[in-house]
Design a binder for this molecule. Structure first.
Ligand SMILES: Nc1nc2c(ncn2[C@@H]2O[C@H](COP(=O)(O)OP(=O)(O)OP(=O)(O)O)[C@@H](O)[C@H]2O)c(=O)[nH]1
Ligand SMILES: [Mg+2]
Length: 215
């Protein structure tokens, strides 16, 4: 390979890297972020686990059209010192801030059942629940959200609408939930909801590229 060929390859590689949009996966610890990443990438080496705090590093996966970014969980993690929790949250916030103009979408995953308990507990203390804070943070940066209400298997089918409408209200969106295209109920451990999320990711990635004249 001569010098120019080598240079051309490098340049192409660099440009490819530069223009590939990112899709970040965020959520509290143990909500199913890595379960989702494992499903969508098909990679068996993505660790999932019963204990919170399984993923402590930011991991990037090349999905061809975009880069998928698996984040550590934010918020309380049993057995993890508060200082480390704060450090992780700062890392996530900085990553998103520093890459905001490259992020085509944020897949925010919540545990639909635990969500209410946690939100109420924080509000009683007069604090802004971290899930809502994260949602506001993402949307303030003009990043398109995909909110995945996971672990719906823990909720009776006849209560689904009520629960999803409740989540909607917390996000300051008027119910009914299904008028909002960004909310997806899911049971990721059974692969349910994954196709819907994939479709939404691709829609947003393509729109992102179109608006920026990429390709
Ligand atoms: N009941 C139920 N459990 C699920 C579902 N999806 C994932 N889980 C379980 O939730 C636990 C946590 O899953 P992970 O994917 O490791 O969660 P995470 O958000 O990556 O967690 P951290 O890396 O600790 O932040 C595992 O035991 C999963 O099997 C679901 O749809 N329903
Ligand atoms: Mg994880």
């Amino acid at each position: 390979m001569d010098f120019f060929e080598k240079y051309k390859n490098l340049k192409e590689k660099y440009e490819e890297k530069k223009i590939k949009p990112k899709v970040v996966v965020v959520g509290r610890s143990n909500v199913g972020k890595s379960t989702f990443v494992r499903l969508i990438t098909g990679r068996k080496d993505v660790k999932v686990g019963k204990k919170p705090g399984v993923t402590l590093k930011i991991n990037e996966y090349d999905m061809g059209e975009y880069i998928l970014v698996d984040m550590p969980g934010f918020g309380y993690m049993a057995g993890l010192p508060k200082k480390i929790q704060e450090k992780i949250k700062d890392e996530i916030v900085h990553y998103i801030e520093n890459h905001a103009d490259e992020i085509a979408a944020a897949v925010q995953i919540i545990d639909a059942k635990a969500f209410f308990e946690i939100v109420e507990r924080w509000e009683e203390r007069g604090e802004i629940p971290i899930d809502l804070e994260m949602f506001d943070f993402i949307t303030d940066l003009k990043i398109s959200p995909i909110l995945v209400a996971n672990k719906m298997d823990k909720i009776k089918k006849e209560e689904w609408d009520e629960v999803l409408d409740g989540i909607c209200e917390y996000l300051k969106c008027q119910p009914p939930w299904h008028q909002w295209k960004f909310i997806v109920p899911a049971i990721l451990k059974e692969g349910k909801g994954i196709e819907e999320i994939k479709k939404k990711i691709i829609e947003r990635v393509r729109l992102f590229k179109k608006l920026r004249n990429i390709e």
